[in-house]
Design a binder for this molecule. Structure first.
Ligand code: URA
Length: 196
């Protein structure tokens, strides 16, 4: 099924959304970026300053680190991944999302997952995995453990901003992403190689 028109319609809905107070303080809503049929979907928390200014997901410092990790996995934004967030609008001063904001915005993400239909979801940081799978999830202890979201595989890992604050976590994050590569080889492309 060609999902392009439906995704485009959802994009315009998100860009004009006024369902929660965050629309009053945002510059641009951030729908997410990537191919409409990406096999992998990365899910962050909420847009930050740079994302709010540009309308694009993960373009600030965290995004640059995420791009390096993706490159090391031989994944590319235009080919393998769609990158989105739990919240489409930036919370003022990057404060944590309020539960009501998450509940109001969540149907947009669920619709994106349904339309893009990725085989693999990778959640970045605690907020998305707590929202989608288990409110008691402990990222430090449980990152890198495969979970299910309905019939999809979901791997929780650290948010790139946590890796910037604490570079000692990079080794764990790298081993999580290697699991993503293995799952991609198993489910999508057995020929996918990473540079050694
Ligand atoms: N942090 C996020 O969680 N999402 C973005 O898009 C940027 C930074």
């Amino acid at each position: 099924m060609d999902n392009t028109e439906e995704l485009k319609a959802l994009f315009y809905e998100v860009r004009q959304c006024t369902q929660c107070p965050l629309h009053k303080t945002r510059t641009k809503a951030v729908f997410g970026n990537g191919l409409p049929d990406s096999p992998i979907m990365l899910i962050g928390e909420a847009p930050g300053y740079d994302e709010d200014q540009t309308g694009k997901a993960f373009v600030g410092r965290s995004g640059q680190l995420l791009d390096k990790i993706l490159q090391a996995c031989n994944f590319h934004r235009r080919k393998h991944v769609f990158i989105g967030n739990i919240l489409k609008c930036r919370p003022p001063k990057n404060r944590n999302p309020e539960p009501e904001e998450v509940q109001t915005c969540l149907p947009y993400l669920m619709k994106q997952i349904e339309l893009i239909n990725p085989k693999i979801l990778v959640t970045l940081g605690a907020v998305p995995v707590k929202t989608l799978v288990d409110k008691d999830f402990k990222i430090t202890r449980q990152h890198g453990e495969w979970m299910q979201l309905e019939d999809r595989w979901l791997l929780p890992t650290f948010h790139p901003s946590a890796l910037l604050r604490n570079p000692a976590l990079k080794r764990d994050a790298w081993s999580d992403f290697q699991k993503v590569v293995e799952k991609y080889q198993e489910l999508v492309d057995p020929e996918h190689k990473i540079k050694s």
